[in-house]
Write a protein that binds this ligand. Structure first.
Ligand code: 3H9
Length: 653
């Protein structure tokens, strides 16, 4: 007789300590029942299981309690045949559980993976020992290093599952019809031989690939898990199964308390908190079936592509036929670039391109469900756009501004629909950057916000709610961050050194390189409207603006750039300019600061600004700020974001 054990622990059937104990008991009951010859393990609630409950790691991780390891060890000892019948997601410890079974079947929609590295961990329930035995070892290592989730089809190709089949809705007959069902031969993965002889190259290559994909943080800190993963897989080659497993357990247990893992787990939960808005009445989101974008510049075209990529038809409006042609060309060029890079097929690029329409007439936006303005960052220009839009866009449709600093309520005031008005602040390049700030005006309705969060998911963006305040969350902090970088340069630290120290800290890019990438003119214009900003009071921006040193786009900014190149070359002229300005202002020179001090000062300014933002109620939670800085500004994920980093520093002070 076949017994079915169903993983049913909503929402995602996570294998917590308590739930693992329950499942272990069911397995023990099956083992003690002589009439049971095979056991099918399956899932419920649309998932097989998301793996071990990550909350259990937040508590003191105690592997001597009941964990998935005990379930797996019971299956491994058993003489009965175990079948994993997967429908939906099977991740982490849950896939490891499936790997310990004798057969694995999955529905076509299923997704399988060992994503532990994304939490700064390695598979810790036999995954590093069984996966390289079951499938090609190099593919196994690569999958674990990237934390990659594969489709059922790919899993079948890899030999990770035996067959793709549909599963009965009746849990008792879940895997009926599975190949070999009823034959009682054990097929322990632990008894298989690793499929590839050990070689340095076989190990090094996937590591390099993973680095390139930025799934593995740099060696000195977050790379810890990647090294331990390689170490564990090496054991699968060199040691008998049981000793390899012991090594994996030890390495995993060491990682649970490591700083990068704590940070990455914090981010995992912070990301899932984002759409929980306290005190917001529940509201059914509207469906955005078509969108409009006013403005075909860098932001507008990037936003249009984002919609097209998500399968939402979009219309781009520019005021003249000439500008329309330019916007069309930009978008066409961006799709062609994706094709050249092998990221899109010609057909797909064509299809997406066809879903974007262009017009020089606002009337073309009349039937859109949402229209986003992405014109020049100037209040009167934006108000003019919204007054026009409000007159032509159908009632009930949402109007949004992509402003990065300006007052949403002032813009909403020129419309008759302030409830359907909000900020949707995309980050450049909009089709690549994951962050979206959703800015809530004083009248923005709960339904408009709910629609924005749902849309963000469709657009594959990570959305963070911000109150309507200057610079919202990210840019307000960015101005303080860059102000401190400028202060260091005024004290005689070359911009290139400041940037190098920040990269060493883990930032994707130094502050001066970011100035040059975004354009000095962008900051200068913001500063004109906000003379109270500390950054606005530093004369360097005026000087660069006067000299037309606007950054990468003019070949000169805080660095110089060779024609057509983005490589930043240190420029002594800038250092001399800083020295002159400092002398005039009587700034004491102090160039002999260490890299650590540079990072401490700049990140310190960032944290101070984050604290103010929380105090002013601009961000809901410290975790929201962390997410903004991870996804919008290249803060290193293995430090958990500025607010988490500050908490950790305090804890260790
Ligand atoms: C592991 O397994 C270690 C082993 O190797 C060794 C051990 C010895 N735990 O994302 P969603 C919650 S490490 C606890 O919005 P979706 C989540 O917080 C684990 N909670 O839904 C949220 O809660 P709430 C390896 C979890 O459909 C709710 O479920 N596994 C876990 O967009 C819905 O989540 C992973 O890393 C968990 N493991 O995506 C998988 N997973 O509603 C991580 C989810 O209160 N999880 N929750 O906010 C995921 O990738 C996605 O959540 C998943 C669902 C694809 C499963």
């Amino acid at each position: 007789m076949n017994k079915v054990i169903t993983l049913d622990n909503p929402p995602v059937n996570a294998l917590s300590f308590a739930y693992s104990e329950k499942i272990l008991k069911e397995i023990e009951a099956a083992e003690n029942d002589a009439s049971v010859t095979s056991v099918t393990i399956t899932g419920a609630n649309g998932y097989f299981s998301a793996g071990v409950d990550v909350n259990d790691f937040a508590k003191e991780w105690d592997p001597s309690g009941t964990t998935v390891r005990d379930i797996i060890e019971a299956i491994e000892r058993s003489g009965k045949v175990y079948i994993a019948a997967i429908d939906g997601v099977a991740l982490g410890g849950a896939l490891e559980l499936a790997l310990a079974c004798d057969r694995r079947v999955a529905t076509a929609r299923s997704k399988l993976g060992l994503p532990e590295i994304k939490l700064g961990l390695i598979p810790g329930a036999g995954g590093t020992q069984r996966l390289p035995r079951l499938i090609d070892a190099q593919a196994a290592l690569q999958m674990m290093l990237k934390g990659e989730t594969v489709s059922a089809e790919r899993a079948l190709e890899l030999g990770l599952i035996d067959v793709i089949m549909s599963l009965s809705n009746d849990p008792e007959h879940r895997a009926e019809g599975a190949p070999d069902e009823g034959t009682h031969t054990k097929r322990r993965v632990s008894e298989l031989k690793v499929k590839l002889p050990p070689s340095t190259q076989a190990f090094a290559l996937p590591y390099v690939i993973a680095q390139a994909h930025k799934t593995v943080p740099p060696e000195e800190s977050g790379g810890l898990a990647a090294h331990k993963l390689i170490d564990a897989v090496q054991a699968a080659f060199e040691l008998p199964f049981s000793r390899g497993l012991a090594r994996e357990y030890r390495l995993f247990d060491e990682l649970v308390g490591s700083a990068p893992s704590l940070a990455l787990r914090h981010l995992f939960f912070a990301e899932r908190e984002l759409s929980k808005i306290p005190s917001l009445p529940p509201a059914a989101p509207l469906e955005i079936k078509s969108a409009g974008v006013v403005g075909g510049g860098t932001m507008g075209t990037g936003i249009a592509i984002t919609f097209a990529n998500a399968g939402i038809p979009v219309t781009v409006v520019e005021p003249s036929a000439e500008q329309v042609a330019k916007a069309r060309q930009t978008i066409f060029g961006m799709f062609m670039h994706q094709v050249k890079r092998g990221r899109l097929t010609q057909e797909e690029a064509w299809k997406r391109g066809q879903s974007i329409e262009f017009s020089d007439d606002y009337a073309a936006l009349g039937e859109c469900d949402l229209v986003i303005e992405a014109v020049f960052e100037n209040m009167s220009v934006k108000k003019e756009v919204f007054a026009k839009l409000d007159a032509v866009v159908k009632p009930g449709a949402i109007l949004a501004s992509n402003t990065s600093t300006l007052d949403i309520d002032e813009m909403a005031s020129v419309t008759k629909r302030p409830e359907q008005f909000l900020g949707l602040h995309f980050f450049a390049p909009a089709n690549i950057m994951k962050l979206l700030e959703i800015v809530r005006g004083k009248s923005t309705s709960a339904q408009t916000l709910a629609t924005a969060f749902k849309l963000a998911k469709q657009l594959r963006k990570v959305a963070v709610l911000s109150a309507n305040a200057f610079g919202f969350i990210g840019n307000r902090m960015f101005f303080e961050y860059t102000r401190e970088a400028v202060a260091l340069a005024e004290e005689g630290v070359p911009p290139a050194r400041v940037d190098a120290a920040m990269k060493k800290f883990g930032m994707a890019m130094g502050p001066f390189a970011t100035f040059d990438l975004s354009g000095i003119d962008v900051f200068w214009h913001v500063a004109q409207g906000r003379p109270d900003l500390a950054l606005a009071r530093t004369p360097i921006l005026d000087r660069l603006y006067e000299q037309k040193r606007l950054g990468q786009k003019t070949g000169k900014g805080f660095y110089t750039y060779a024609e057509g190149s983005r490589e930043a070359i240190r420029d002594e002229e800038i250092e001399q300019l800083f020295a002159q300005l400092a002398k005039k202002a009587g700034v004491t020179q102090n160039p002999d600061v260490s890299d650590a001090e540079i990072a401490q000062r700049i990140v310190g300014a960032l944290i101070k600004s984050g604290e103010e933002i929380l105090r002013d109620g601009v961000a809901l939670r410290p975790g929201d700020i962390d997410i903004v800085w991870i996804y919008g500004y290249g803060f290193p994920p293995y430090r958990g974001g500025p607010m988490f980093h500050s908490q950790q520093e305090l804890a260790h002070a």
